[in-house]
Design a protein around this ligand. Structure first.
Ligand SMILES: Cc1ncc(C[n+]2csc(CCOP(=O)(O)OP(=O)(O)O)c2C)c(N)n1
Ligand SMILES: [Mg+2]
Length: 892
């Protein structure tokens, strides 16, 4: 670039101004300098109408200048050696695993790039226990798991045998799970983070839930931080960014994101043509976060200090990430030519550095001093969450084997030369002739390295990660509490949603358990008739209520309060689910038995946030998911995207989830009573899904008869036996949810019009019946010589004369999943297909789950077993007014 005279003058003028500003800075400090700049900006706007262009980003340099860095509190040399040991064993674990079992997988390069970010935190920041008894909570990046195992091995917490069984969990003695899974390693991992995006959103709501617990007086100790270690590629997930404004709005200064900006994801660069650090800075600054960029290491300090005219920083800001990645793998000469060669003045700035020195200029994320400074600033920052954007190299230290290359993420094997190079670079004392096996290496307990790392962890309250159940079990709730729900409504119509809300309100009032209940709603409280709770327990707001609510003069006004109990999340099922997880895992994370009830539109549960529900299951989360406005034909009017006829199918895969589709008030009471007992008294690692509906119906008294309670919980019981003694035939009708009432109508029609006696069974849970039957079947397969176990569903139905006709508001596959255990023909009526807006009656006719279709299906089944003639069925089609050519709802 040619230097013009004007350029020269401008440079001089700028320099003078900068000198003056430096003087103000040294005399008056940063605040004074800041004020002066603001005044200058105001001045030019007033005098000349100059508006400074808005910039969401700051220059491409470290947020914390070297002059403001705190001294490093530990031994850098010792920490470097420890880090090298962790690096080696993490690498060895993956290389060995893939040597023994090709294709078993594992990741080297993620941890290799993040080692400094973790080690500085482990040695100086992560507090397993704080002085006040609080703790830091850490979401470890899933793919960096080998580094955490390796460190735990050095700490003496994981034996070598387990390391050898990384990703071989079924080996005798057990192994190590690929990624963080509390289900598989319940004493180690706390948070499953490997489904990208779920870690960041969960950490935000977790940090908020901690403040909720504190504001409500449920948690005394304070000061703990929530750290989330994330990948730069991961930040593209909508869940990663979707809730960041909640964090700033709630002023979550207990939350720290650390984004490992190695500029790469799996296939290649995260932003080849752009700059991920600048992009994330803009997003998070705009959202009100404290952003700390850690781009350049100490090697760059003097260059940046001497860059009086800002030429270098400007140039550093021009280069794209794709090009930076190229520098990682290229020679120092290329780096000099390509980056500094754009301007002779820049070349001059680095003329005292050799090509070799240039190539080795460290990045900020690999420099403990810079990382420490950032963490310290983050921990001390008040009033807003912090995000640290640390620039690193993917596969750092792997050299030719994959440092900064596009294939790096998939690299799992190293040849001998590459191992040798890595070993030498990090000074691991393993002789050449042993290298081939990539042996683990752990110095003696009394070695300075092990002693140092142990002392640091002791100082910080213990090892991490570590999962513990910190809460003590609750006492069971007395039966009397639930009695009123067993009585029925004596003909008065109420919906199961109303029943549920009444039960919830009663739980909230309970002197023992009330304060532990956490109602969570995504802007649907009024839909579910929960608005009375607004006033009863208040809506949580960290700032209270700073306005006069418009409905203040009404009984049920919108009351926000600092100690409010309801988490009214607004329209975010994902966020609400994260609150559910935070509340449902507080028994282990914080030693508090909070019992979450997340009430939502059932359609927007499993199919929208299924992966979070899966994560909740992995985390041994407790609580009740309550799908409201459920049932494809029960939610009238709302149509195709609202009407849920499949959430119970989607609930099937979650292994530790109990799923119920209750019809009656007492069923709900029995399920919730038992659920609280199993989760919070017996400490089982299960959680619940319950559908409730908005159709007002008369709730019956709990029927007389043995084992009703057991039947409700196991999924099936006889609700009503037909009193008809002179019947032509007898059948069994199975009903669930609101469709139970259609079944009861069908029972009457069958008796009155067709002389058929029908016994009615209530099926509360197809999932439970299916699972229990499979347990029996499996046991029988494995124990051929012993008396076969008979599934509960078969035991119940074996003396009941079939055929069996099941009807529900869900897909036909649910009852059909039981066919082989039902002793006779099973006909399933359900709501396969797209919903549509209509009245309930029209919808039930359309989906063929109303009383007349149940009658028709029953008569058809009886005709097939020759209990009645086929002409009766043909006549019934006419009498019932059914059009046999009607469109098929499953495909219309
Ligand atoms: C939801 C989801 N989609 C895809 C993947 C597969 N995956 C695993 S690692 C990875 C790339 C990660 O890149 P980045 O977040 O930058 O992490 P890095 O390893 O670079 O630190 C992908 C796509 C996943 N784990 N989760
Ligand atoms: Mg990355």
């Amino acid at each position: 670039m040619a230097q013009t005279e004007t350029d020269g003058l401008e440079v001089l003028e700028t320099r003078e101004w900068v000198d003056s500003l430096d003087y103000v800075l040294s005399r008056g400090g940063p605040n004074r300098a800041g004020r002066l700049l603001q005044q200058l900006a105001l001045h030019v706007r007033r005098e000349a109408g100059i508006n400074l262009p808005f910039s969401a980003t700051t220059p491409y340099q470290n947020t914390i200048p070297s002059s403001q860095q705190p001294p490093f509190p530990g031994s850098q040399e010792m920490e470097r050696r420890i880090k090298s040991l962790v690096r080696w064993n993490a690498l060895a674990m993956v290389v060995r695993a893939n040597k023994i079992q090709e294709g078993i997988g594992g990741h080297i390069s993620t941890y290799a790039s993040a080692a400094t970010l973790y080690e500085v935190a482990f040695n100086h920041f992560f507090r397993a226990q704080t002085e006040s008894g609080d703790r830091d909570v850490v979401y470890f990046q899933g793919h960096a798991a080998p580094g955490m195992y390796s460190r735990a091995y050095l700490e003496g917490r994981i034996p070598k045998e387990k390391l050898q069984n990384f990703r071989r969990e079924l080996k005798p003695g057990g192994g190590l799970s690929s990624y963080p899974h509390p289900w598989l390693m319940p004493e180690f991992w706390e948070f499953p983070t490997v489904s990208m995006g779920l870690g960041p959103i969960q950490s935000i709501y977790h940090a908020r839930f901690i403040k909720y617990l504190e504001n409500r007086g449920l948690k005394q100790a304070t000061g703990g931080k929530v750290w989330a270690f994330l990948g730069d590629g991961e930040m593209d997930e909508p869940e990663s960014l979707g809730s960041i404004t909640l964090a700033s709005r709630e002023r979550l200064d207990n939350l720290i994101f650390v984004v490992n900006c190695n500029l790469q994801r799996l296939d290649g660069p995260v932003r080849g043509n752009g700059k991920i650090i600048q992009e994330l800075e803009a997003i998070f600054r705009g959202a009100g976060w404290n952003v700390i960029k850690v781009i350049w290491g100490t090697d760059w300090d003097s260059l940046i200090q001497n860059d009086r005219d800002g030429l270098l920083v400007k140039r550093l800001g021009e280069v794209s990430d794709g090009q930076y990645q190229k520098y990682f793998v290229e020679s120092g000469a290329y780096f000099r030519q390509n980056l500094f060669g754009s301007d002779p003045r820049l070349l001059k700035m680095v003329e005292h550095l050799s090509d070799d020195q240039l190539a080795r200029m460290r990045l900020g994320g690999h420099d403990p001093i810079k990382v420490h400074a950032a963490y310290k600033a983050a921990v001390e920052h008040t009033g807003a969450p912090t995000i640290i954007l640390a620039k690193t190299i993917k596969g750092y230290g792997l050299g030719e084997a994959g440092e900064g290359k596009n294939i790096t993420h998939q690299q799992k094997k190293l040849n001998e030369d590459e191992l040798q190079m890595f070993r030498s670079r990090f000074g691991i004392p393993i002789p050449d002739d042993e290298l081939q096996e990539a042996p683990f290496y752990r110095p003696h307990d009394d070695s300075p390295e092990i002693k140092y790392m142990q002392a640091r962890r002791q100082q910080l309250g213990g090892y991490m990660p570590q999962r513990k159940v910190r809460a003590t079990p609750l006492k069971p709730i007395a039966d009397a509490f639930f009695e009123e729900f067993h009585k029925g409504t004596e003909g008065r119509d109420v919906s199961t949603t109303m029943v549920f809300v009444r039960l919830l309100a009663k739980l909230l009032r309970d002197p023992e358990i009330g304060k532990l209940i956490v109602p969570i709603v995504p802007d649907e409280a009024r839909t579910f008739g929960m608005e009375a709770l607004f006033r009863q327990v208040g809506i949580y707001s960290s700032v209270g209520q700073n306005y006069e609510p418009v409905d203040m003069d009404t009984l049920l006004y919108y009351k926000e309060a600092k100690n409010g109990q309801i988490l009214e999340e607004g329209i975010t099922e994902a966020g609400s689910m994260c609150s559910f997880i935070a509340a449902g895992t507080a028994y282990s994370n914080h030693g508090i038995n909070t019992i979450p009830f997340f009430i939502y539109y059932s359609m927007f549960g499993f199919q929208r946030i299924g992966d979070l529900i899966w994560a909740a299951a992995d985390m041994r989360c407790r609580g009740f998911l309550v799908g409201g406005t459920a049932g494809r034909t029960t939610l009238a009017g709302e149509g195709l995207q609202h009407q849920d006829g499949h959430s119970h199918v989607l609930a099937l895969p979650v292994p530790n989830l109990m799923a119920y589709d209750p019809a009656f008030a007492y069923e709900i009471a029995i399920i919730i009573q038992d659920g609280i007992k199993r989760m919070y008294v017996d400490q089982e690692s299960i959680f619940y899904y319950l559908t409730v509906t908005n159709e007002p119906l008369p709730m019956p008294h709990v029927p007389q008869g043995p084992n009703i309670r057991e039947g409700v919980l196991k999924g099936l019981y006889r609700f009503k036996t037909s009193a008809k003694s002179d019947a032509k035939a007898r059948v069994q009708l199975l009903g669930s949810g609101t469709i139970m009432y259609e079944v009861l109508k069908a029972q009457q029609i069958l008796e009155e019009k067709y002389g058929v006696a029908a016994d009615v069974w209530s099926v509360t849970s197809y999932k439970e019946l299916y699972r229990e039957a499979n347990r029996c079947e499996r046991w029988n397969m494995l124990h051929p010589g012993e008396a076969a176990k008979v599934p509960y569903v078969t035991q119940m139905l074996k003396d009941a004369p079939g055929p069996f006709i099941a009807a529900s508001d869900y897909m036909k596959v649910l009852p059909e999943s039981l066919s082989k255990w039902v002793p006779g023909e099973l006909v399933s009526l359900g709501t396969d297909g797209f919903g549509r807006s209509e009245s309930r009656a029209a919808l039930r006719d359309f989906f063929e789950v109303d009383a007349k279709h149940i009658v028709l299906a029953t008569l058809g089944a009886l005709a097939r077993v020759k209990k009645i003639g086929s002409e009766v069925v043909q006549q019934a089609i006419q009498d019932l007014g059914i059009n046999p050519e009607k469109a098929n709802p499953a495909s219309t």
